[in-house]
Design a protein around this ligand. Structure first.
Ligand code: FMN
Length: 191
């Protein structure tokens, strides 16, 4: 897909999975708080708390990937958002190993991307030390973008009844998600 369509993947506020890799050590966490802030180049803001292992990996590598999970991955999303890579007895095991999460290498940065998601963005961090420290908010720029064309093609989501297991997740809190399962085309009101 075209990179200028990358921000559209996040326009409707899906929960994402943030994947990272520092050397051979991988990690994965859930994040509900992300949003696009620019179409071209595609830029995104995302909150990554200081307590997370992801934060450590992002700080040392300057890279992360955003994976957009779907209904079929709700339990995985909740799980990787409830345990920390700080607890992993590496180098033996990480969350991918522990939960049998299949991944493939991102095309530009080689970051681990989660199989079965419906969108994937590899991103480089735009250094904003004050914002990161004060608000745990990172600005990133997407350098590769891919989608499952059954639900996102030509810059548009197709969230109809044909692939209900591929609909995106929207966190309501405490592991409860809403699923984006319907779209409607708005029309301008007559003057
Ligand atoms: C659905 C969901 C959404 C979450 N959203 C965020 C978020 O936006 N930012 C954040 O810092 N943590 C968020 N969390 C919490 C992290 O995913 C959690 O602290 C995770 O265990 C961190 O993993 P890590 O220490 O391996 O990086 C969320 C958790 C869940 C379950």
């Amino acid at each position: 897909m075209k990179l200028e369509q990358a921000s559209r993947l996040l326009n409707h506020g899906p929960t994402v999975l943030v994947s990272t890799m520092d050397g051979s050590r991988r990690n994965l966490m859930a994040a509900a708080w992300s949003m696009p802030v620019e179409f071209t180049p595609p830029r995104i803001a995302i909150v990554i708390d200081k307590s997370t292992f992801t934060r450590e990996q992002v700080a040392s590598t300057g890279m992360l990937a955003l994976n957009i999970p779907c209904r079929a991955l709700a339990d995985l999303t909740y799980t990787v958002g409830s345990v920390s890579g700080h607890e992993d007895p590496m180098p033996v095991q990480d969350k991918f190993d522990r939960y049998g999460i299949a991944s493939f290498a991102g095309p530009t940065l080689g970051l681990p991307l989660v199989a079965g998601c419906v969108g994937w963005l590899e991103c480089r961090v735009i250094a904003e030390p004050h914002t990161e420290q004060a608000y745990d908010t990172f600005f990133v720029e997407a350098v590769s973008a891919q989608s499952d064309i059954r639900v996102f093609a030509d810059g548009r989501w197709r969230l109809d009844g044909s692939h209900p297991e591929l609909h995106t997740l929207h966190h309501l809190g405490a592991g409860l998600f809403a699923v984006a399962a319907e779209t409607l085309q708005a029309r301008a009101l007559p003057r």
